[in-house]
Design a protein around this ligand. Structure first.
Ligand code: PMV
Length: 322
């Protein structure tokens, strides 16, 4: 039996969420929590998926019906990607897909984007179709837009290129800022964020009051540019201060939450250089920048404020064949 396995990392947004959707720059880091996808051949002209981590048990669909009817959430990105792949490559064979994850899809580490990228890589390797990172991005981005209609693709870029990157959609700029571990602590609120409604909410606000929202996005962009310079210079105090400034703007945008604010305040009270939410807001994770002297206190304060400290390494390697 022929088979190929590929893995891709999760991500954490460091700067520029929401404004990135409108073409402004952002900074994202890949995290060492990986998603693995194994692709193998099957005699049937069917697309089969086994993804126990997201509750998908031996899902099967004939190739001719891909994309039709209701698709379970855990399969949607894979199925739309396979549909796109068939359209473009004209390779119509059946395939068996199996996924496994180092992390819970609850954390907001981007399990959907990581699984899409790992699958695209495994699939193209399996069929010996050489693809550049840019081609891989285009294939995955189409599938993501097919499924959820919105998104900047920052999470796909992190999964493909890895490291800590400066990103402008749709992978128009991908610039590596650091391949080293960043001095951050990550706290999980225990609440699953719902990205698409939050993106839609910001869109509505932008339609209602474009001047105000554009002003916020421009201020965020100034912060992103300063953060880029600070990361390149490894000036972590500055990076932390900029995170706190970005957080204030996200609060103004209305996407933070009491739980996120509590964890952010507790990290800062424990001596972190600065902190902010990471991602769409409403829940998922916050991120704090700290020096080594304050690290334990920052972690303890986050736990004390009912957050869960997640042990992740940043600037992880991008997609790879295992
Ligand atoms: O909720 P997450 O971690 O997928 O982050 C969403 C970030 C947004 O900028 C709000 C949306 C996007 O696609 O960039």
């Amino acid at each position: 039996m022929k088979e190929v396995t590929a893995s891709a990392p999760g991500k954490l947004m460091l700067f520029g969420e929401h404004s990135v959707v409108y073409g402004f720059p952002s900074i994202v880091t890949a995290v060492d929590q990986r998603l693995r996808v194994r692709v193998s051949n099957t005699r049937e002209a069917a697309f089969s998926v086994h993804a126990p981590d997201v509750g998908v048990d031996n899902y099967k669909k004939s190739i001719s019906e891909l994309g039709s009817e209701k698709i379970p959430k855990g399969v949607a990105f894979l199925e739309m990607l396979y549909k796109r792949f068939i359209e473009q490559s004209k390779i119509k064979t059946g395939i068996q897909v199996e996924t496994s994850s180092d992390f819970s899809s609850e954390f907001g580490f981007g399990s959907s984007s990581a699984v899409t990228v790992a699958f695209a890589k495994a699939l193209t390797e399996f069929h010996e179709v050489p693809v550049s990172n840019e081609e891989l991005f285009r294939l995955c981005y189409q599938a993501v837009l097919d499924v959820q209609g919105v998104g900047s693709g920052f999470d796909l870029a992190a999964a493909i290129w890895g490291g800590t990157i400066y990103y402008v959609k749709p992978a128009r700029i991908v610039e590596l800022l650091s391949a080293n571990e960043l001095p951050v602590v990550v706290g999980y609120t225990g609440i699953k964020a719902n990205t698409v409604p939050l993106v839609r909410m910001v869109e509505e606000k932008k339609n209602t009051d474009p001047t105000k929202i554009n002003q916020i996005f421009e201020q965020v962009t100034t912060i992103v540019e300063l953060a880029k310079t600070a990361i390149l210079a490894a000036d972590w105090q500055k990076v932390g201060i900029l995170m706190s400034e970005n957080q204030l703007l996200l609060q103004e945008l209305g996407v933070s939450s009491t739980e996120l604010n509590t964890l952010i305040d507790s990290a800062k009270a424990a001596g972190a250089f600065g902190a902010k939410l990471s991602g769409a807001g409403g829940g998922d994770c916050m991120i704090a920048v700290t020096d080594i002297e304050h690290r334990d206190a920052v972690e303890e304060h986050i736990e004390h404020a009912h957050g869960k400290v997640l042990n992740v390494q940043t600037s992880a390697q991008g997609v790879r064949v295992e």
